[in-house]
Design a protein around this ligand. Structure first.
Ligand code: 13P
Length: 256
């Protein structure tokens, strides 16, 4: 079974810093693990070069953190699907909670972005669709209602593209960048619910990643949970000393 370790660098990085990061790359990547780094748009070209220079046994893919819902046109500041394809992106994160929170992205807009990716004839670009609840929503017992509201429009899009690959990422908003990781019970229960919900809509399984304060000291306890197919990692992906242990963790499970 494929496991994913996908880094979301958010608004971090720099030409020199990125090059330094790759210089420290060591070890190999197990054949059943896919590793990718989603960088700010200006660094996509650099990532493709840095990745190409890695040894064949340590493949690293790259991706973007957002995409426009439009094909092309007068949309200042936007980046289209075909532009991401020009840089051979393998992944694009869609609907991250920071986009929903700071840029007012609705679940409808998230679905339109997804639809734009699915319309592309290039099937190599995989969306990583993020969903997750706020703390108040968990505390009030409305996790499933919130997730259903976020998932319904994207599942409707995925349903009309049965042959296209897509990944879901469960990222509880209260666990992102806070150091507070969801408990194994919370992760298990929520991933199982998402897996069943998606399966009942699509009749097929989608990989589900967990994101939110994943660190070397909690990764092993998360990756072993049922319905957890990998990590979407922020802070711990910025330094090689905290990123490599996450790969090791995914590798140890993949070898079982
Ligand atoms: P942290 O790993 O920094 O909590 O971020 C998670 C995240 O938002 C990944 O998309």
């Amino acid at each position: 079974m494929t496991r994913y370790v996908i880094a979301n660098w958010k608004m971090h990085g720099g030409l020199q810093r990125n090059a330094e990061f790759f210089k420290q790359w060591h070890g190999s990547v197990h054949s059943s693990i896919r590793v990718a780094i989603c960088v700010p748009f200006p660094y996509l070209a650099q990532l493709s070069q840095l990745s190409a220079a890695l040894p064949a046994h340590a493949p690293v893919e790259w991706g973007a953190q957002d995409v426009s819902e439009h094909f092309e046109g007068a949309y200042t500041g936007e980046v289209s699907v075909s532009m991401l394809e020009d840089f051979a992106c393998s992944y694009v994160i869609i609907g991250h909670s920071e986009r929903r929170q700071y840029h007012g992205e609705s679940s409808g807009a998230v679905a339109r972005k997804l639809d734009r990716v699915m319309q592309s004839i290039n099937t190599a670009l995989q969306p990583v669709i993020c969903v997750g609840e706020h703390l108040s929503e968990r505390e009030s017992g409305s996790v499933e209602t919130v997730l259903a509201e976020q998932l319904d429009p994207v599942l409707a899009v995925l349903k009309v593209h049965p042959h296209r690959q897509a990944l879901l990422a469960y990222e509880p908003v209260w666990a992102i960048g806070t150091g507070v990781v969801a408990t194994p019970e919370e992760i298990s229960e929520t991933h199982e619910w998402i897996a069943k919900y998606a399966y009942s809509a699509l009749g097929r399984e989608l990989p589900i990643l967990y994101g939110g304060s994943v660190k070397p000291d909690n990764a092993a306890g998360i990756i072993e949970l049922p319905h957890v197919d990998g990590f979407l990692v922020g802070g711990a992906s910025l330094k090689m000393e905290t990123f490599i242990p996450l790969l090791d963790c995914a590798t140890s499970i993949a070898k079982l």
